[in-house]
Design a protein around this ligand. Sequence first.
Ligand code: FAD
Ligand code: NAD
Length: 466
Amino acid sequence: MAVATRFDAIIIGSGQAGNPLATALAAAGRKVALIEQNLLGGSCINYGCSPVKAMLASAERMQQVATAANYGIKAGKPTPNLRAIVERKDALIQAKRDGIQKNLTQEQKGITLLHGRATFTGARRLRVALADGGEQVLTAPRIFINTGTRAAVPPIEGLEESDFLTNVEILNLKELPEHLLILGGGYIGLEFGQMFRRFGSRVTIVSTATQLLENEDDDVCAAMQEQLAADGIEFVLQADVHRVSRNADGIYTLTAATPAGERRLRGTHLLVAVGREPNTDLLGLEAAGVATDEKGYVQVNERLQTNVRGVYALGDVHPGPQFTHISYDDYRLVRDNLLHGKRRTTTGRPVPYVVFTQPQLGRIGLNEKQAQEQKLSYRVATMPVRTIGRAQETGHTTGLMKVLVDGRGYLLGAAVFSEQGGEIMSMLQLAMAGGLTCDDLQDMVLAHPTWAEALNNLFSKLRQPG
Ligand SMILES: Cc1cc2nc3c(=O)[nH]c(=O)nc-3n(C[C@H](O)[C@H](O)[C@H](O)COP(=O)(O)OP(=O)(O)OC[C@H]3O[C@@H](n4cnc5c(N)ncnc54)[C@H](O)[C@@H]3O)c2cc1C
Ligand SMILES: NC(=O)c1ccc[n+]([C@@H]2O[C@H](COP(=O)([O-])OP(=O)(O)OC[C@H]3O[C@@H](n4cnc5c(N)ncnc54)[C@H](O)[C@@H]3O)[C@@H](O)[C@H]2O)c1
């Protein structure tokens, strides 16, 4: 048996929690090992937030040129150069990866970076199959699992063999899809759908749900669908795709049961974006005795401790919202508890999020559906974006803003589907954190003519629901 190298802490996965945790532990004098089987930076940097938003910026620029005539500007028909768009994205994420590598290996002493796949062989013991051959055995009294997720693949006949795309492959296409079929009407489906539609592909979103982003309020979902339909995206909702095939010319056919009967949907490319599954199946958690839920997510308490003493799970690999800022906050929580003697928990943590379509959908707190499920008494205000001066001046008139307040006038939640939706939502999040009331916001002096100024009017529209 190989001799084990002893560390104070081992981190599995170079995700949004793992990297800063390695740095913080090493800076506090701990001997740390960080193990990554693939690219430094994990999903967000390599296959998620950063590359998608970089390419969305190209799509947005396409749209600006395509609609220039509306603003009195004569411009030719824009043509995307996908290779150049992908190269721009690659340069950006390479720089981010280089920054992480430098930070872990040069700027912070005390971190051993291992490239390979880690597997538990005991509660405090791991085997690492090194990427360049051989293996290493490590032990530590504290082990942090930050192994993230991958695209879930639904059990549909013919899908596995069909050479479909996930969020990883679609970011590196060499040619524009003529007709992109997207399975799933969630964050990933919508962001890529609008991106490729704006680049000029025909796009069809196919979802089992009755509406896009099915967890949001109906009026918000309808506004999103209206915008995407105006972009020219087609939708097939309440579709149960039960067969996928691909012919010799590479054409995909999805066979789906829909309310309008059986349909066959054909396209040149297929993106599967129906949610995620955790990277725990090859982690050997059973050897450590670490408990998972029925979907394979690592079970943790509100301090991110697993059932095995000294083993923690951070980020998307445990149940809960899957966002970069949540994974990063998991790091802060563990850091504060282990290094600064605090007793922080995940209870009551705000979960803001933004769908980066244009316009953006920024969300914080409760929506109306959730307020009703919780039988809360609330007032609601809704305002179409087309009534906002800033929207009229800039020509971005799609969307709506919606806020919920409780009986004392404190904000329960907000959905801001407008230009700068993420930024305006963040203002409302600050207002919630600072305990501002609807009266404060209705009467606050906000600069004219900003998007934020619309909040004055929005709060003047509060009414009882129904
Ligand atoms: C297309 C897409 C777009 C997204 N956009 C946004 C966005 O705009 N905003 C937002 O907040 N969130 C977004 N997300 C979600 C966000 O990417 C994740 O929530 C975030 O990356 C959290 O990751 P993590 O820290 O859990 O680990 P990850 O970033 O998933 O990293 C886990 C790492 O562990 C490694 N690993 C796994 N198993 C092993 C093993 N056995 N041994 C060694 N290494 C291992 C993996 O290779 C990976 O590098 C997006 C996700 C996707 C897919
Ligand atoms: N802007 C952001 O913050 C951002 C962007 C992308 C991804 N993410 C994160 O990544 C996660 C995963 O995104 P996602 O879009 O894959 O998942 P999702 O859970 O957001 O949406 C999945 C969609 O697929 C549908 N669906 C499920 N099974 C299906 C099937 N068999 N056929 C057709 N449709 C089916 C669901 O009804 C749902 O609408 C998100 O939940 C989010 O946490 C965040």
